[in-house]
Write a protein that binds this ligand. Structure first.
Ligand code: T4K
Length: 369
């Protein structure tokens, strides 16, 4: 039986990568802010339309370091409907996560729930642009201003996404990206922090390199989170065809929409207003009037060699490390609770074939066990 995974990494052309590797071998400079690293930071800043990019070895270390760079302590209000790395980064900083509910229409943190979760201990907000759909950033930032809070966006899914004529990454104090293999733009493992001032970029760059300023000077308790030259070279090649990658994903998205639009009990994410959408994920939401429960559909697809994913199930707040926090109670997270029980992300990647999408959607239309 043919197997179809939820995603496949976009790979650079092998011959081009071999050429880059030959250059790295010749230079004998393989990590620590080398030529490829510098070039990728510059090219990403230009492509994304942002001031400063600091590359990281993965998105999780970018999140952890972003919190360090802003000196976040106390409580941070965040979403339970995300990948667990979002909230784990808070625990790694000794910060207490406070969960706020999400909007049922776009899966992003609900701004009213944010405001009612603020206490005297709150120091920052950590919203997530879930599936690459922008949060309500103007409202979030006016709350942040009113209560003197920092904002760190987990923009792991929001590569290239725009809002009001500019990158979503220009909002907030800092944003982080993930360049993991499963992302629209990948460097195998990788990530970045986007910052807005030279001073902040310098601080972040010090933090990801042990806090070292020069041979004799260490100014921060930094970590080692540097991206190496091989990953940066790979990323530069992938960046050349990321637009083509997104276009191919859009075609998959449009075909899914066309084939599933009349299926009773299946809801979709509305991305019609999103500019620069990157089609990283294709989530559907299984309602009570569908022929099967969500988990039964997941099993049925798997029995047919189709590996969908329940991003994001369980809720982060349901994991034992978080479930004893007061705000983790599902009565506080009613919309998130419905979404997590109904979501199913269908296979989505540039090389996904039309016949595979037809087979997947036929199974969803005729879910015979
Ligand atoms: N914030 C948010 C909102 C995030 O979504 C993430 C990561 C982060 C922060 C943290 O960023 P990083 O530290 O990861 O840079 C995946 C990814 O590992 C993770 O990066 C991602 N979010 C999350 C949503 O999904 P898994 O456990 O589902 O991945 P995995 O390995 O099961 O891969 C999914 C499928 O992709 C596989 O069934 C097969 C296919 N695949 C995967 C890999 C790695 C391939 O075909 N080739 C591959 O090399 O977590």
């Amino acid at each position: 039986m043919k197997q179809i995974f939820v995603t496949k990494p976009s790979l650079p052309r092998l011959e081009e990568f071999q050429t880059s590797l030959a250059r790295i071998w010749k230079s004998e400079y393989i990590t620590n802010n080398g030529e490829f690293h510098k070039e990728l930071e510059a090219k990403l800043a230009a492509y994304l339309g942002v001031k400063y990019v600091s590359l990281f070895s993965n998105g999780t270390l970018a999140l952890i370091t972003a919190l360090q760079a802003l000196g976040i302590k106390g409580e941070v209000i965040t979403t339970p409907y995300s990948f667990v790395a979002t909230t784990n980064s808070l625990l790694w900083n000794g910060v207490k996560p406070v969960f706020a509910d999400v909007n049922s229409n776009n899966c992003n943190i609900d701004v009213e729930a944010i405001e009612s979760a603020i206490t005297s201990e709150t120091t920052a907000l950590m919203p997530v642009h879930v599936y690459g759909v922008p949060c309500e950033m103007e409202k979030i930032e006016s709350i942040a201003k009113k209560y003197n809070l920092k904002v760190i966006y987990d923009a792991a899914h929001a590569f290239g996404v725009q809002h009001n004529g500019q990158s979503v990454l220009n909002y907030g104090d800092l944003s982080i990206l993930s360049f993991h293999a499963t992302k629209v733009f990948n460097t195998i493992e990788g990530g970045a922090i986007i910052s807005h001032t030279k001073e902040m970029k310098q601080k972040i760059d010090n933090l990801k390199n042990f806090g070292i300023i020069d041979e004799l000077t260490v100014v921060d308790a930094g970590i080692n989170a540097k991206m190496n030259e091989v990953q940066a070279a790979y990323g530069l090649l992938n960046l050349k065809h990321v637009d083509e990658e997104i276009l191919k994903r859009k075609k998959c998205h449009d075909l899914y929409v066309e084939l599933l639009k009349d299926v009773a009990g299946v809801d979709f994410l509305d991305i019609s207003e999103v500019k620069g959408y990157n089609y990283g994920y294709y989530p559907i939401f299984i309602k009570d009037d569908y022929a099967l429960g969500r988990n039964d559909l997941y099993d049925l697809l798997m029995e047919n060699g189709i590996y969908s994913r329940r991003y994001f199930y369980p809720l982060i707040s349901d994991f034992p490390i978080y479930s004893n926090i007061e705000s983790a109670n599902r009565s506080n997270l009613k919309n998130a609770a419905v979404l997590t029980e109904s979501v199913l992300c269908l296979p989505m990647y540039a090389e996904l074939e039309e016949e595979d999408i037809i087979a997947i959607t036929n199974l969803i239309k005729n879910p015979i066990k």
